[in-house]
Ligand binder design. Structure first.
Ligand code: GDP
Ligand code: MG
Length: 654
């Protein structure tokens, strides 16, 4: 027996029924016979007597409430059928008894399969127009058609919208099917693909769609995903469900959302309204792509297609990852490069049609809703993509972590990127950490991110390698400026993450260092005991001498006459931050340098410049040093020369 939650006992269970089938087979008439609503609402639809765009009706069915989406059967409006079929729970698959199976009967069935629809009933319409023998023949043809699909073994009911025959039986059959549908959780994040929008006098813009997941209440704040991939915050002023004002809407319902402040002309079918932080627009999708067996031609690498996902339709190019063609009836991993971004989640079904919109070529499921370009035939990423396509949730979570790369991921990303339920992500994270698959890092100020262990390892290796290179270049230098070292890894684009990894490397003793300077712990500077002594002596002498420092040549004797070695020792002292280079002859103690800069800044800040002589007096030094010091200050960008005087370079540029 099914366990009924308290919520369900007080509320009818909402499900969405879609129609499908060839044009003129009686879909719209059937919906009218069931509900009394004529879904052909557009003037053009009335005039031509055909359905062009999707129409909506609703049908109470005992404990259920069905929202009905009536779709067009015309081959030219398959894109509207696709928009309508998104989010449906069950289908009324319609075949006219006097016409039997026609092209869009087949195409719609293929699309329903690609969209992973699981439940439905076959309705044989216009039964009043045929005799029993004809009807039985058509039934046999249908049984043949649906063999191997979700409709195999589904009830086939004869109806007539004209006489009303079979309508009552259809209702009870639909109710029985509804009983079998397991309601998906409403605890998920809210998501609705827009299929229509209009302006209501005095209220502003209304957008409508089928609620695909979660629930929404009046006053909620959401994200509107625009066509260009831009995100905009919106607030729900009021809600409407099949013509009645309501305070909440949830999964399985049709909804009309009043979004004041949203310009109507900016709203388009294909955009989505979703919980903040849930969806991310992307122009690259990784997918499992199946070519329809009914197609004669394979789907080739680089084929331009029309992608239909949610209610969106976007031009895209297929990139097959490990083959050159997908033969009819088979599948392959692929990437789709889109002309404009769409929002998707892991496992979401999609359909591709040819660029002229004449044939449905295939479809499949999203494996990466926010992909980056993958190298073709790249073994490692193919293996991870296979894992991301797995049925096992944990396998997917680890693969998703791997693809989140150096950026890492937040627990909720698993909902969008790996098909996890919101309430299960925390335990998934704990399991992955326990197994050593992922590492938790805390980025300042206190943001937790999770990174795949391989990536943490890789970042560590890059930092270690970078330092190895620096150590080799300057074998006398005991350690390196932390900031400057990490700046060499700028291309990783995640400085805070690098800082955290450096801290870990210090903790695990692969590095020695602090907030300012770092070195590999296995590095020994090649300074001999005598050289080290000499370096200390040089640093000492410069500190004492202030702005009249000793010449390097004066130490040559102490360096056993070796001028190259002396130069290296100076480099070590500079790299360690003890002294700075003014020119090749003059070096200053670092603190003396800092003091000099602040004195000059203070003196020049009020405006009028200073001559070399004035700066000489200000610093209390001699002409011998004053000119090189002024040139040094120009070079480091503190001052600039204007005729005979120096002014602050910053003042100058203002
Ligand atoms: N005799 C008869 N005609 C029907 C029946 N259902 C629909 N029709 C007619 O078939 C035509 C197409 O119907 P419609 O519902 O618009 O088909 P759709 O294109 O599948 O939506 C219309 O002229 C209807 O009046 C039926 O049960 N019996
Ligand atoms: Mg119709």
């Amino acid at each position: 027996m099914r366990v009924v939650s308290p919520l369900e006992t007080i509320m009818p269970r909402d499900l969405i029924l879609g129609t499908a089938g060839h044009i003129d087979h009686g879909k719209t008439s059937l919906v009218k016979a069931l509900t009394g609503v004529d879904c052909d609402r557009l003037p053009e639809e009335k005039a031509r007597g055909i359905t062009i765009d999707i129409g909506f009706a609703s049908l109470p069915l005992g404990e259920f409430h069905l929202g009905i989406v009536d779709v067009p059967g015309h081959e030219r409006f398959v894109k509207n059928m696709l928009a309508g079929a998104t989010g449906i729970d069950l289908v009324a698959f319609i075949v006219a008894a006097d016409d039997s199976i026609m092209p869009q009967t087949r195409e719609h069935l293929e699309i329903l399969q690609l969209l992973d629809i699981q439940h439905g009933v076959v309705v044989l319409t216009k039964a009043d127009l045929v005799d029993d023998i004809t009807r039985e023949v058509v039934e046999l043809e249908i049984e043949d058609l649906v063999k191997g699909t979700f409709l195999e073994g589904a009830p086939i009911l004869s109806t007539s919208a004209t006489t009303g025959a079979g309508i009552a039986e259809l209702k009870s059959t639909l109710e029985a099917i509804c009983q079998k549908i397991i309601q998906r959780s409403e605890a998920e994040w809210f998501r609705m693909a827009i299929d229509r929008s209009f302006i209501l006098q005095g209220h502003g813009t209304i957008v409508t769609g089928t609620v695909i997941s979660g629930q929404l209440s009046v006053g909620d704040e959401l994200t509107w995903h625009k066509t260009d991939g831009a995100l905009e915050p919106v607030r729900v002023r009021s809600l409407n469900h099949h013509g009645a004002a309501v305070t909440t809407v949830h999964r399985g319902q049709r909804a009309a959302i009043n979004l004041p402040g949203v310009p109507h002309e900016m709203v388009a079918r294909g955009q989505e309204i979703a919980a903040n932080g849930y969806l991310e627009p992307s122009k690259v999708l990784t997918v499992q792509l199946r070519a329809l067996s009914g197609q004669r031609r394979p789907i080739k690498h680089r084929l331009p297609v029309r992608l239909h996902i949610g209610t969106a339709e976007v031009m895209a190019t297929v990139s097959l990852l490990d083959c050159d063609r997908v033969e009819p009836g088979s599948s392959a991993m692929a990437q789709l490069f889109l002309d404009s971004p769409v929002t998707a989640v892991w496992g979401q079904p999609f359909v591709v049609r040819d660029s002229s919109a004449e044939n449905t070529l295939g479809g499949g499921r999203i494996v990466q809703p926010n992909a980056t370009k993958l190298r073709r035939r790249h073994l490692e990423s193919m293996e991870w993509i296979e894992r991301l396509g797995s049925d096992d949730l944990d396998t997917r979570a680890v693969a998703s972590a791997w693809f989140s790369g150096f950026r890492g991921f937040a627990p909720n990303d698993l909902v969008r990127d790996a098909g996890w339920k919101t309430d299960a992500v925390d335990s998934a994270i704990q399991r992955m950490m326990a197994k050593g698959d992922i590492v938790e890092l805390v980025l300042p100020p206190a943001r937790k991110v999770y990174v795949h262990t391989d990536r943490v390892q890789e970042l560590g290796e890059r930092i270690m390698q970078c330092l190895a290179g620096l150590h080799e270049q300057t074998p006398l230098m005991t350690n390196h400026d932390r900031q400057k070292t990490l700046a060499r890894l700028d291309y990783i684009g995640n400085e805070p993450m690098l800082q955290v990894i450096v801290d870990r490397l210090i903790k695990t003793k692969q590095l020695v260092g602090d907030a300012r300077r770092i070195a590999r712990s296995d590095f020994k500077p090649k300074l001999s005991a005598n050289q080290r002594k000499l370096k200390d002596r040089i640093v000492e002498e410069h500190k004492k001498a202030g702005l009249a420092p000793p010449e390097p040549a004066s130490f040559v004797n102490l360096a056993a006459g070796n001028a190259t070695s002396l130069k290296d020792i100076y480099e070590v002292a500079i790299a360690e931050g003890h002294i700075v280079r003014v020119n090749d002859e003059i070096f200053l103690d670092a603190e003396v340098d800092a003091l000099m800069r602040s004195k000059v800044t203070e003196r020049l800040a009020p405006g009028p410049g200073a001559t070399v002589a004035e700066i000489r007096d200000l610093l209390g030094t001699t002409r011998k040093y004053a000119i090189p010091l002024c040139e040094y200050l120009d070079r480091i960008g503190l001052t600039t020369r204007e005729g005979d005087v120096r002014v602050l370079a910053i003042t100058q540029s203002r």
